[in-house]
Design a protein around this ligand. Structure first.
Ligand SMILES: Nc1ncnc2c1ncn2[C@@H]1O[C@H](COP(=O)(O)OP(=O)(O)OP(=O)(O)O)[C@@H](O)[C@H]1O
Ligand SMILES: [Mg+2]
Length: 250
């Protein structure tokens, strides 16, 4: 079943056309990769799907309902959660309290006490149980990435949009993060779209990978096919990357 469908989505900033008819769909229960050179418009797609930006044209349908014009908070309540490429923990708050706004405003929790209990569970899920009462600013890069994922999970999403949650991580942390994302998909039954430059991660966990370049999806296939797709390799080499099989990094 299709959970999310974009049809002919367009977006320009000033005179710069970034998305020029983006069409793709995501199946329920899958992990869908979204790759493409820097500046291709990947984060812009997440901003449109989560309602932070309006598309100039085209439609976004989630779970059978058009959400193209919906406000971000309604979209979050409707079941789409997201992380931000630049992690933004609330300063001066503990890791656990960072999850409360999401739980209370979009996650369906009315009582702070229940929200705190759920926050503790979610922190345990992302291996931050021991840091629940640490101030979020004191977390390492890897811990901040996991807190960012927990914050997105706090809105109790059906669809989770992950924007470069592997960036800047060590090899060991990448493997840990891969396990975490697989656990989220299988244990919590959440569909995932993963924007990523770390190919090792994309190729390992994605069921399907879409490639965004020159304003549209230029290829969509299983990871093994994408890695050998000539058009995709050209796009990456043209952007000064190391090729799709290597470690193209932001
Ligand atoms: N709110 C905005 N206002 C103006 N320009 C924007 C805005 N958001 C994105 N852009 C521009 O749109 C283009 C695509 O940006 P976007 O962040 O979506 O790319 P990306 O594929 O996520 O890149 P990266 O891999 O570097 O994160 C860039 O040229 C960017 O400068
Ligand atoms: Mg981006």
């Amino acid at each position: 079943m299709t959970l999310l469908e974009l049809q002919g989505v367009e977006k320009s900033f000033g005179g710069l056309s970034v998305l020029d008819g983006v069409t793709f769909s995501v199946e329920t229960g899958s992990i869908q990769g979204l790759i493409g050179p820097n500046g291709a418009g990947k984060t812009t797609i997440f901003n449109i799907v989560s309602g932070l930006l309006r598309a100039d044209a085209g439609t976004v349908v989630f779970d059978g309902e058009e959400i193209t014009e919906m406000a971000p908070r309604r979209i979050a309540r409707r079941g789409i959660g997201r992380t931000f490429q630049i992690t933004r923990p609330y300063p001066g708050m503990t890791s656990r309290d960072n999850l409360l706004p999401g739980l209370l405003y979009a996650g369906g929790y009315d009582r702070v006490r229940d929200a705190r209990t759920r926050a503790t569970e979610l922190l345990e899920l992302v291996d931050l149980g021991a840091d629940a009462t640490e101030e979020s600013r004191s977390l390492t890069m890897s811990e901040q990435k996991r807190l960012e994922i927990a914050r997105a999970l706090a809105t109790e999403p059906e669809l989770l949009l992950l924007d470069e949650v592997f960036a800047g991580l060590s090899h060991e942390d990448i493997n840990r993060q891969i396990e975490l994302i697989e656990r989220i998909q299988s244990d919590l039954d959440i569909t995932i779209i993963l924007i990523e430059h770390v190919m090792e991660a994309t190729m390992t966990i994605c069921d399907q990978v879409g490639v965004l370049a020159n304003g549209g999806i230029i290829a969509e296939d299983v990871p093994a096919e994408i890695a050998h797709n000539e058009q995709v390799i050209d796009v990456y080499l043209g952007s000064g990357g190391e090729g799709v099989g290597g470690g193209v990094d932001a």
